[in-house]
Design a protein around this ligand. Sequence first.
Ligand code: HEC
Length: 195
Amino acid sequence: MKHIVKPYLFAFFASSIVVAAGAGLFVYSGVYNIGADDHHTKPVFTLIQTLRDQSIHRRAKDISVPNLEDPQLILKGAGQYAAMCTSCHLTPSMKDSEVRSGMYPQPPNLSQIQLDPKDAFWVIKHGIKMSAMPAWGASHDDATIWSMVAFLQKLPKMTPQQYNEMVAKAPPDEDMDMNMSNDSQMPHSHGEHHE
Ligand code: HEC
C-alpha cells in the first residue's frame, strides 16, 4: 500500500505548488484588469454575488427588527437618505447619476426594489467590501440606521411628489454642516456669509 500512497501524495503536493506559483504569477504579472469598466465574466459575477448574499444572510438572520411603521422614524430616515444616499441609490424621479453610471458593481436603484429589513440593516451598518457601499455604522448609531431601513420599506411605493414632500418635512441630517448645505444653494457673494 505504501508504494501506492506515496506517488499520489507527491503528485498532490507538486500540483498544489504549481497552482500556488501560477496564482502568484497571475497576481504579480499585472495581467488582471482591475478597471471598473472591465466587468466580471458571468460565472465570476455569480460566484461573488452568491458569496455576498450568503455572507449577509448569515450575519443578518438573528437581528431583531424594531417597529418600522413609526411615522417619525420613517420621516427621519427620509432626511438621512436624501442627504447621504441618493447620488448612488437614486430617487423616484432620478434615472441615473454621474457617479452611479460608472460604478461597478452598480448600486441598485433603491426606489425600485423592496429590501429585506434585516439584510438592509446589516448592509447599511457594515457596508460591502470592494464595492463603494460604505459602512455607515462607523458614523451612525443603530437607531439612525433603522430609520433608513424604515424609510426604504416605503420608498419603492412612492411617487416623485410623495418623495419630495416627505423629504421637505424631514428633520435635517444633524451630521451635515448646515453652512455647507446653505452655501450650495446660495451664491457666496450674498454678503451674509460669516465664518
Ligand atoms: C458611493 C456610493 C454609495 C453610497 C453613497 C451609498 N451606497 Fe449603498 N450601495 C452601494 C453599492 C455599490 C452597493 C452594491 C454593492 C454590491 O452589490 O455588492 C450598495 C448596496 C446597498 C444596499 C444593499 C441593496 C441590496 O440589493 O441588497 C443597501 C440597503 C444600501 N446600499 C443602502 C444605502 C444607504 C441607506 C445609503 C445612505 C446612507 C447608501 N447605501 C449609500 C453604493 C453606495
